[in-house]
Design a protein around this ligand. Structure first.
Ligand code: HEC
Length: 198
């Protein structure tokens, strides 16, 4: 046995560390090479902000009226309440306007903050109708591509999700729950639900 040499355990440990370093360097180089040769962005932007003049006015009111103390929109605000980025792909203008004006009658379950006093966001329903119109326009223009983090809907066709559902979801779910991926209507960025006023 050599006295100054490394013990077997130390050699293995060093070998593993060296492998991890090599792996990290190789992956970094590969990623950079791929990125340089691709015209697609590494992280595509999936949330769209394409505001009309009325939408922009709504955005100003959104900031001024402290909606962002409970919500996040256009990637700023707080995560405490509902994230509203992408809500325009889920809710129509009509729904949003009705919700802001008449939250308790519009919301599917009991409201916590929107509604009548002393709820904390009771002031929202009291805003002038023109401001609510602008706010609802702003919100309906916060759209997200289907399947992205902000989108209410999962990707339309995904072999992976189909496989996961097949393997993990109990058979009884098919009759108990509705697979929202099958709603082709909701794929059309809320346009169809706009017509239905939902
Ligand atoms: C004190 C916190 C708070 C403030 C301030 C607030 N909200 Fe909300 N908001 C909530 C909560 C909580 C909900 C979920 C519904 C509920 O429980 O009231 C919600 C829900 C919503 C929804 C989702 C409705 C749906 O059905 O998907 C919209 C849109 C919305 N708020 C817009 C606004 C706007 C616009 C403002 C500012 C004018 C605002 N909120 C201010 C807490 C707040």
């Amino acid at each position: 046995m050599a006295t100054g040499g490394l013990k077997l355990g130390e050699k293995i440990l060093l070998g593993v560390v060296a492998l991890i370093c090599v792996f990290a360097v190789v992956s970094f180089v590969m990623l950079e090479v791929l990125r340089a040769h691709s015209d697609k962005p590494l992280y595509p932007v999936t949330t769209h902000f394409d505001f009309s003049a009325e939408g922009l006015r709504g955005g100003v009111i959104f900031r001024k009226m402290e909606c962002k103390s409970c919500h996040k929109a256009v990637q700023n605000g707080t995560n405490m309440g509902l994230d509203l980025d992408g809500i325009g792909s889920k809710r129509s203008f009509n729904y949003l306007f009705n919700f802001l004006k008449n939250p308790e009658a519009t919301y599917a379950s009991k409201t916590i903050d929107h509604g009548s006093a002393p709820k904390e966001a009771a002031y929202v329903a009291e805003l002038p109708e023109a401001d609510l119109h602008a706010l609802a326009t702003f919100l309906s223009e916060l759209r997200a591509s289907r399947g992205s983090a902000d989108a209410p809907l999962p990707p339309g066709k995904s072999g992976f999700i189909d496989e996961m559902v097949k393997v993990w979801a109990p058979g009884s779910w098919k009759s108990e729950f509705h697979d929202i991926r099958q709603d082709e209507k909701s794929d059309k960025k809320g346009a169809a639900s706009d017509a239905a006023g939902k």
